[in-house]
Design a binder for this molecule. Structure first.
Ligand SMILES: N[C@@H](CCC[C@H](N)C(=O)O)C(=O)O
Length: 287
C-alpha cells in the first residue's frame, strides 16, 4: 500500500506521523521497523498514529511505535507533534485537546507563540507500578522510594525510577557529555530489574532550575531529546532535593521547559513541534 505521512520532530526527536482516520493502518513490527529505518525507509525514532477516539470525552486516540516496531504507552515530544499535525491538517479547530493514549488521557494545548504545553498527568513513583522489580532492594533504598542502587557493568548506580506512563530510570551524572550513555544505556534498558525494559536518563544538574539531559530510549537508542525522559528527570531531581520547578531541560536537540508542583499534581511540558516534509511511501510486506 501507499502510505501518506508527515515527517516531524520535537527538539530533534523525530517522527513519522500518520493519519489513520483517513487511511487504513495495520502494520507488522517489521513494517514499522522499515518505516523507521534511516537507510531503507523514512527514518524516525518513533511512528505516531492519529486515530478516531474510542470514548466520548476525548478528541483523538494517539498510538506510538518505537523504531524497533514495539507499541509503547507514551511519548511526550510526540504529543506536541501530534497537536501540530491535527491542527495543520484541519482535523480539529480546538487549541486544547484531550488525547487518549495507552497509558491514559493527556491534554495538550497550543500556546500563542506556537509552542505546545502538554499536561502529561501525574508521575507514578511506586516501583511496583513502573514496572520495576524492587524485591530484595527495599532495605537499600535511598529514602523511601527516591533512588535505588542497581549494578551496571560492575558499578553501583543510584537510579530514580519514575513512570510517566512509560518507564524511566534516571541517574545524576557530573558531566552529561562524558556520561557512558551508549555503553551503560543498553545495559540499563535490558536490566533484569525492568521486566518491560526502560528508558535510561543521564541528568547533569546545572543549577536548581536547569539541567542537561541525555536519554538512551527503550526501543530507539539515544535520541536528541526525550519528552517523557525530561519530565521523569525533573520529577526525580525535585524529589532528590536538587531542583525546583520550573526547570529548563537542555538536550542535544533543543530546550524543553518542565513544571511540577509535586505529589499527585500533573507534570507540564512545554516545547516546540516542527513539520519537516510531507511524503508518500510504498509499504510492502516487509520481513
Ligand atoms: N521519545 C519519547 C518517548 C518514546 C517512547 C520510549 N522510547 C519508550 O519506549 O517508552 C518522548 O519524547 O517521550
Amino acid at each position: 500500500m501507499k502510505l501518506k505521512f508527515t515527517k516531524m520532530h520535537g527538539a530533534g526527536n523525530d517522527f513519522v506521523v500518520i493519519d489513520a482516520i483517513h487511511q487504513h493502518i495495520d502494520f507488522t513490527p517489521a513494517q514499522w521497523q522499515l518505516l523507521a529505518d534511516r537507510r531503507f525507509g523514512v527514518g524516525a525514532d518513533q511512528m505516531l498514529v492519529v486515530e478516531k477516539p474510542q470514548a466520548d470525552n476525548v478528541d483523538f486516540r494517539y498510538r506510538i511505535y518505537n523504531a524497533d516496531g514495539g507499541e509503547v504507552e507514551q511519548c511526550g515530544n510526540g504529543a506536541r507533534a501530534f497537536v501540530k499535525f491535527v491542527t495543520d491538517k484541519g482535523l480539529t479547530d480546538k487549541r486544547q485537546i484531550r488525547v487518549q493514549t495507552m497509558s491514559g488521557i493527556i491534554e495538550p494545548k497550543l500556546e500563542s507563540d506556537g509552542r505546545i504545553t502538554v499536561d502529561m498527568g501525574a508521575p507514578i513513583l511506586a516501583p511496583a507500578e513502573v514496572p520495576f522489580d524492587a524485591r530484595n532492594l527495599a532495605g537499600q533504598a535511598l529514602g523511601d522510594d527516591i533512588a535505588w542502587p542497581l549494578e551496571i557493568h560492575g558499578k553501583q548506580v543510584l537510579m530514580s525510577v519514575v513512570s510517566m506512563g512509560n518507564p524511566h530510570a534516571v541517574q545524576v551524572v557530573d558531566d552529561s557529555e562524558a556520561a557512558p550513555v551508549l555503553t551503560d544505556g543498553p545495559a540499563i534498558e535490558h536490566h533484569p530489574r525492568f521486566p518491560k525494559r526502560v528508558n535510561a536518563g543521564f541528568m547533569q544538574v546545572i543549577d536548581r532550575h536547569q539541567i542537561k539531559l541525555r536519554v538512551f530510549e527503550r526501543g530507539a537508542g539515544e535520541t536528541l531529546a526525550c519528552g517523557t525522559g525530561a519530565c521523569a528527570a525533573v520529577v526525580a531531581g525535585i524529589r532528590r532535593g536538587l531542583l525546583d520547578s520550573p526547570v529548563k531541560v537542555q538536550t542535544h536537540g533543543g530546550e524543553l521547559s518542565i513544571a511540577w508542583a509535586g505529589n499527585n499534581r500533573p507534570v507540564l511540558m512545554t516545547g516546540p513541534a516542527v513539520s519537516v516534509f510531507e511524503g508518500e511511501i510504498e509499504i510492502g510486506a516487509a520481513g
